[in-house]
Design a protein around this ligand. Structure first.
Ligand SMILES: [Fe+2]
Length: 354
């Protein structure tokens, strides 16, 4: 018992130490995203509609996850049901190769890690997705990045990139005032960006019925570190709120699958934005891929060039440090959750149910 107490206090120090100014920049610069493979997490492996009686194959860090339904209930297994070899030696599944699995928010989630630690309490809170799923398929989509998942998320949480890389969809950098706030605990990081009189997103101007030239914008990116899943929530005035769930499943260490949901149920049925906005992800993800795909392999090859992240990108830097602190804690054998990821985060992201 004494041993456990000592381990806990030592591991608490890992995050506190990494956040100290003397250590922070070193941790930021030591970032090698491919080295980090966190365990004991739920991953949204597939949209619920994609899982039927016939198995589909997914993977987490190259570990196979076959998904199918038995009497309507989703199952996840290391093996295809037709495989003759069924006895598992994997530490991630039970003796018959089955993984812990659950279904929520319109996804089949598989547990990657010690099956004994699987618990629905570790499922991320996504307030604007109905728990039972069932959103129409035009709000769902799938894209892939030839890039490791933490790089995709690091790119996402520095939302200022959108003004430049996605200006043709979400609007340019012109505005009167910008405030960025960053909050974190040991399992999540949340970035809130408030913009005053920002250029209206072209997609809202062309298809969303917004006539003004500027709008007030509040954008939130919240990342569930272990599940590599992000909430991207935007409030636009005038305009409709954007409710995107953006999970980055690490299929391999260098390939990411994004089964996204853009819930546009809040947008009037007569407004084409309701149908077009979810499809914009295909264009936006191509633009992101253009930046992150060449970046990813550079971390695999030693080189003298410096990793020139922006010192103004507090969220991106903290994301790196938090991920490394979790990885270090796991390297010491501590896989526990210190913070509750399934607690309703409506207040944190500024979601009021509309
Ligand atoms: Fe982007």
């Amino acid at each position: 018992m004494l041993e456990t107490v000592q381990t806990t206090s030592h591991d608490d120090d890992i995050l506190a130490n990494a956040m100290k100014p003397a250590n922070f920049q070193k941790a930021v610069n030591n970032w090698v995203p491919h080295d980090i493979a966190l365990k004991d997490a739920w991953f949204p492996l597939a949209h619920s509609f994609a899982v039927e009686a016939k198995p589909v194959r997914r993977s987490v860090y190259s570990q196979p996850f076959y998904l199918w339904r038995e009497n309507g209930v989703a199952v996840a297994s290391e093996f295809h049901p037709n495989d003759s070899e069924r006895s598992s030696k994997s530490i991630y599944s039970d003796a018959s190769g089955r993984y812990p699995v659950l279904e929520r928010y319109g996804y089949v989630w598989g547990w990657y890690g010690n099956p004994a630690n699987a618990d629905p309490v570790h499922l991320p809170s996504i307030p604007y997705l109905p728990e039972e799923g069932n959103l129409p398929q035009h709000m769902l989509g799938t894209v892939r990045f030839d890039c490791c998942a933490p790089l995709s998320l690091e790119n996402l949480i520095d939302l200022t990139h959108a003004d430049f890389l996605h200006a043709d969809v979400v609007g340019d950098e012109k505005m009167d005032k910008e405030v960025v706030e960053v909050f974190h605990d040991s399992e999540t990081i949340t970035m809130v960006r408030s913009c005053t009189n920002k250029s209206v997103a072209p997609i809202m101007k062309r298809f969303g019925g917004v006539k003004d030239d500027v709008q007030q914008v509040r954008q939130v990116i919240r990342i569930y570190l272990r599940s590599h899943a992000a909430i991207a929530y935007g409030r636009f005035s005038p305009g409709d709120n954007v409710q995107l769930f953006h999970p980055c499943v690490p299929e391999t260490r260098d390939r990411t699958r994004l089964d996204y949901t853009m819930n546009t149920s809040n947008v009037k049925k007569s407004n084409p934005f309701r149908y077009l906005m979810p499809k914009a992800s295909y264009k936006v993800s191509r633009q992101d891929s253009y930046m992150t795909s060449p970046q990813s392999p550079r971390y695999m090859n030693p080189e003298k060039r410096k990793d020139l992240h922006s010192p103004l990108d507090e969220a991106g830097q903290k994301y790196r440090v938090l991920m490394q602190a979790l990885a270090e804690r796991q390297a010491h054998g501590d896989f526990s959750y210190r913070d509750n990821v399934s607690a309703d985060c409506s207040d944190i992201i500024g979601y009021d149910g509309k």
